[in-house]
Design a protein around this ligand. Structure first.
Ligand SMILES: [Zn+2]
Ligand SMILES: [Zn+2]
Length: 172
C-alpha cells in the first residue's frame, strides 16, 4: 500500500477495501510518500494489524515530527507512529529490498513538496510521486529542487505518473 490517509478514517479505509474485496490482512507492506497528516495518518493503525512499514532513510526524522505535531495539536484518534521495527532503505540500495519481496522497482528521494518526499518507481513504468508539484510553467519561478526531482524520476523508464491527489496521467 502506498500512503495511509487522514487519522480517524480507518473505518472508511476498511469499507473501501471491503467494497473491492481486499482483505486488510493482505497489505503486507506500507510506503509513505511523505509524513504529512493526509498521507501518514493511518500508518500505525495498519502496523497494528501486522503491516510492515518501509521508509527511506531520509524520512526517519520526519516520522517523529508527525507524532510531535499531533501531541501539540491533538486530533481524534491519531495513533502515534511507534519507533523502530520498520524497514529503513538506504538511498543507494532500495532495489534489492523490493526484489526480496517480489517487486521490481525502487524508492527515490524526490524533495520539493517536503524534504522527506519520496517517489516509488515500478519497472513497469509507473511512478507514485506523492505531492511533488508539477513542473512550473514559464511564468512561474523555476524551482531547482523540484526540477531535480523530476529529472531523477525521468531518468527511470517511467510512462505513467500517479500523484497523491487526482487521477494518473501519462508523462510526456
Ligand atoms: Zn503533503
Ligand atoms: Zn497531499
Amino acid at each position: 500500500m502506498i500512503d495511509a490517509g487522514w487519522p480517524d478514517t480507518f473505518s472508511q479505509l476498511l469499507q473501501l477495501l471491503n467494497q473491492n474485496n481486499i482483505s486488510v490482512n493482505l497489505i503486507n507492506h506500507l510506503l509513505i510518500t511523505h509524513f504529512h497528516p493526509s498521507h501518514a495518518g493511518l500508518t500505525q493503525n495498519l502496523r497494528d494489524l501486522g503491516t510492515n512499514l518501509i521508509v527511506h532513510e531520509y524520512q526517519v526524522p520526519f516520522i517523529n515530527n508527525l507524532n510531535v505535531m499531533y501531541k501539540k495539536n491533538p486530533k481524534a484518534n491519531f495513533r502515534d507512529i511507534a519507533n523502530g521495527n520498520y524497514v529503513v532503505l538506504k538511498d543507494w540500495d532500495t532495489r534489492s529490498y523490493f526484489k526480496s519481496i517480489g517487486i521490481d522497482g525502487e524508492l527515490i528521494s524526490t524533495p520539493g513538496h517536503s524534504d522527506d518526499s519520496v517517489s516509488f518507481i515500478l519497472d513497469e513504468g509507473y511512478a507514485f510521486i506523492g505531492d511533488l508539484p508539477s513542473l512550473p510553467s514559464e511564468e512561474e519561478a523555476f524551482d531547482l529542487i523540484i526540477d531535480d526531482s523530476w529529472n531523477h524520476i525521468k531518468s527511470h523508464q517511467v510512462n505513467t505518473i500517479y500523484p497523491g491527489h487526482g487521477e494518473p496521467y501519462l508523462l510526456n
